[in-house]
Ligand binder design. Structure first.
Ligand SMILES: *Cc1c(COP(=O)(O)O)cnc(C)c1O
Ligand code: SF4
Length: 376
């Protein structure tokens, strides 16, 4: 049975309705009771719902719920990599070491929701809503406003004004929440405002909808985006199970609209914390014209301790990928800090010998690069 057939049956609607993103948003699963209609919750998840809903919203698109269910039928173990990203788990309640705003974004915002950390770039957090609320999200500080599918006008107006008055800003990253959980009109208006600023060179989006609600990527949306090139986009696939046919179709629409697509993953326990899992994900991303961009080591965010792994694991995974898959498929492993993203590399430099540089090559043998220290 095809995924769409399976999914529309699960929700008792016809396929075209299931594939409407507005239907998806209107039917977002938002509480324990509706979740139990579709899933057998473990005691830990049940307790998670009871104790955590006030701390961090639960929300899951019917699409992502159907994906979990479909994968679960084939392999409960693989489904865990999807389930743990969205379902609350009581472990979250036992972790109060983490913080809500790990990057001090509020401190770095000269006007509300414009994070100006690097001289030439800003992250503009225009959106409040998401199609799925990821348990490991580091923007849990997000405002709890209910504004439907529009952006907050005041945030847009003040943010656009700040960007227009700051000529150093060449690159605007539109993020959220999820900026594509908004109407085409809202997106069009925001882009028209930003494009009218002469010093803004590139505009990019950070969105998870290709992963969690791919039906949001429509021909109409692509027509809007295309008007404002150069537009770039980063999405957020964490495991290969998320690259469904529907997700890949949404990526095709974006790529065909001339939008370079990157992917930012978060290294998560039981989701992508192995060489095989990352290899499968990254190889399939490039087939879909998505360039793995960053692999983030997850911060100590309140409630996420049980999803973290030792940082060294990520380092080993990236090191092993080098030489094994296309260079395009290998992301940069980073830890985001309040002063910016810091890359973590395996050190291949063993030392220097007279005029030569000594390297550890990919077979873990010594390579002597002759006269690399100075030109002779
Ligand atoms: C990540 C980030 C950016 C973009 O950084 P790139 O390395 O250029 O992708 C810009 N501003 C903030 C505040 C960020 O966190
Ligand atoms: S889609 Fe992005 S902003 Fe929304 S909850 Fe997930 S990680 Fe956070």
């Amino acid at each position: 049975m095809s995924f769409t057939q399976f999914a529309s049956q699960m929700f008792g609607v016809d396929k075209s309705k299931f594939k409407s993103w507005l239907w998806q948003m209107n039917n977002q699963i938002r509480d324990k009771k509706s979740c139990e209609k579709y899933f057998k919750l473990s005691p830990d998840e049940q307790e998670g719902f009871d104790k955590l809903n006030e701390i961090f919203n639960f929300g899951c698109s019917p699409y992502y719920a159907a994906l979990i269910k479909k994968v679960e039928k084939e392999s409960p173990k693989r489904a865990k990599s999807l389930r743990s990203q969205v379902l609350p788990h009581i472990q979250e309640a036992f972790d109060n070491e983490g913080v809500k705003d790990p990057l001090d974004e509020v401190l770095h915002s000269p006007v509300k929701e414009v994070v100006h950390l690097y001289p030439d770039r800003v992250a503009f957090c225009v959106a409040m809503l998401c199609s799925v609320y990821c348990r490991f999200c580091y923007r849990k500080r997000r405002d709890d406003e209910h504004i439907g599918l529009h952006y907050n006008r005041k945030i847009i107006a003040n943010g656009v004004k700040y960007i227009a008055e700051t000529p150093a800003i060449k690159d605007v990253l539109i993020t959220g929440g999820d900026p594509f959980v908004a109407s085409d009109e809202a997106i069009d208006y925001l882009l028209s405002q930003l494009r009218a600023i002469p010093h803004v060179e590139i505009i990019r989006f950070g969105t998870r909808v290709p992963v969690t609600m791919p039906y949001r990527i429509t021909d109409d949306l692509c027509s809007v985006l295309k008007k404002y090139h150069p537009i770039w986009l980063n999405t957020h696939f964490n495991c290969v199970e998320e690259l469904t046919d529907d997700a890949c179709s949404s990526l095709k629409l974006l790529a065909d609209a001339g939008i370079p697509i990157g992917n930012q993953s978060v290294l998560l326990k039981d989701v992508n914390d192995s060489y095989d899992a990352m290899k499968a994900l990254c190889s399939k991303l490039i087939v879909n014209r998505v360039r793995p961009y960053y692999l983030f080591y997850p911060h100590l965010i309140a409630g996420t301790k049980h999803l973290r792994v030792p940082y060294k694991l990520g380092l080993d995974i990236i090191r092993k990928l080098r030489g094994k898959i296309s260079g395009y498929a290998i992301p940069t492993y980073v830890i985001d800090t309040p002063s910016g993203k810091v890359p973590l590399y395996h050190n291949h430099i063993l030392g220097e010998d007279k005029e030569d540089l000594l390297l550890e090559d990919l077979n873990q043998e010594i390579w002597r690069e002759k006269k690399a220290l100075k030109l002779s």
